[in-house]
Write a protein that binds this ligand. Structure first.
Ligand SMILES: Cc1ncc(COP(=O)(O)O)c(C=O)c1O
Length: 421
């Protein structure tokens, strides 16, 4: 397999190709194939971008049909038929059945673009600069979003430029069981001398993806919503990784029955892995003046087309969400058993997550790397997350057939055993 040109020419900043140093060529649903013809089961799924699997046939067909007819591909932020079709589908299939009323901003194609736009919108709407964010939160690496991202690895790579505009509070569970971390937030808000600038908004992941698969309690999230309402602070749910069905509902906050003021979506939104993001805002928050936030790639008609096809195909009823919850239970049960076996070896380990966003915390990045390294040798692509990469993380396609899911879990279990024995 020829990797020399890739290693020589691509910047040192590359990451995933270090853990998986092969040249991938083809992919279908939950299987990847490399140049040598070797197949792998994919428990990474483009870091949560391929919830509907690689090259989903229905979504791909919508793209091929669209291209075949010379429809517009790039449209700045023109009105296009593709955009209208996406918005109508999103409203009919997702918003209306959930009783949600949001306006939609297309801020640029990546997740961090959506976070930048969301926090700037919150600031403009409230006339305050501060954004409360949480320990272990990950919201992207452009400067505004980075101010709300916890990990020092990213924060220290700005060439000394300070990241400003975010205040970190402890996420649910950060101070151990028995402590409700929101007591501290509430106390600070009521304390003129507490040092917290009253925030415009609070940005939160309901399950922290990069931060180590930390799922906040649903009561905690509901309480956070209540605190925000009581203090005129906007609740921003960053659903870039946990959204689009990953936790077993289209929006991850549906489990808690909260209604955020602002939502960010990206990753699996386009359905096929095409870059695409959006910000949802309560209509009265749409304080943008025309052109105040722009960008060349805000009208990617191919992504509108595939995103609409994904909604049509998977979200017309509850059956897909139920399947995700069923498969999530299979993973939770097996991860629980693997964690129990690891504990028997004298290593602290625990299972965590929601839906098909699951992890095993093994307490150390070295141990997690040994397991995922062995898994890759055995034909499974799976990554780690957490501050030191101590959580082995399953983000398999939600469409994974049971056979591949069970095979992937078998590989992971065998790999953990052979790596740690
Ligand atoms: C919750 C969350 N927010 C924002 C981002 C940033 O998205 P992107 O990498 O597309 O900029 C990510 C990426 O992993 C994420 O998981």
């Amino acid at each position: 397999m020829q990797t020399q040109t890739l290693e020589r020419m691509e910047s040192n900043v590359r990451t995933y190709s270090r853990a998986f140093p092969v040249v991938f060529t083809k992919a279908q649903n939950a299987r990847l194939t490399d140049e040598a013809g070797r197949e792998y089961i994919d428990f990474l799924a483009g870091a949560g971008t391929l919830n509907y699997g690689h090259n989903n046939p229905q979504i791909k067909q919508a793209l091929l049909d669209y291209l075949a007819e010379d429809n517009i591909v790039h449209g700045l932020d023109f009105f296009t038929a593709a955009k209208r079709h996406y918005l109508e589908t999103f409203e009919e299939v997702i918003l209306k059945p959930r009783g949600l009323d949001y306006k939609v901003q297309f801020p640029g194609p990546t997740g961090t673009n959506a976070v930048e736009a969301a926090i700037r919108l919150a600031r403009n709407a409230k006339g305050r600069h501060n954004i409360v964010t949480f320990t272990n939160g990950f919201h992207g690496v452009t400067m505004g979003a980075l101010a709300t991202t916890g990990n020092r690895k990213f924060r220290e790579a700005t060439g000394g430029v300070p990241t400003v505009g975010g205040s970190f509070l402890p996420y649910d569970g950060y101070l151990g069981e028995g402590t409700d971390t929101l007591d501290y937030f509430e106390k600070l808000l009521g304390d003129k001398s507490g040092g917290l600038d009253v925030p415009a908004g609070v940005i939160v992941e309901t399950v922290q993806g990069e931060g180590g698969i930390n799922a906040c309690g649903l009561e905690w999230l509901k309480r956070l919503e209540g605190i925000c309402r009581a203090h005129d602070i906007l609740l921003i749910v960053d659903d870039i990784q946990a959204g689009c069905g990953r936790t077993g509902k289209f929006f991850s906050f549906e489990h808690a029955g909260v209604v955020p003021d602002i939502v960010t979506n990206s990753k699996s939104l386009s359905g096929l892995g095409l870059p695409f993001s959006q910000v949802l805002m309560r209509p009265e928050l749409d304080v943008w003046k025309p052109g105040q936030y722009n960008g060349t790639f805000r009208g990617f008609a191919l992504a509108f087309t595939t995103a609409a096809a994904a909604l049509e195909h998977f979200w017309r009823d509850d059956s897909f969400a139920e399947e995700v919850q069923r498969k999530g239970e299979i993973v939770a049960e097996r991860f629980g058993r693997i964690a129990a076996w690891i504990r028997e070896q004298g290593i602290e380990a625990s299972e965590r997550g929601r839906g098909l966003m699951r992890g095993i915390d093994v307490g150390s990045g070295d141990i997690a790397d040994k397991i995922t390294g062995k898994a890759f040798e055995n034909g499974l692509v799976i990554e780690t997350s957490g501050q030191d990469g101590e959580v082995v993380k399953c983000l398999c396609p939600l469409t994974i057939p049971d056979e591949d899911l069970l095979k992937g879990l078998d590989i992971l279990e065998e790999s953990a055993k052979s790596a740690l024995r």
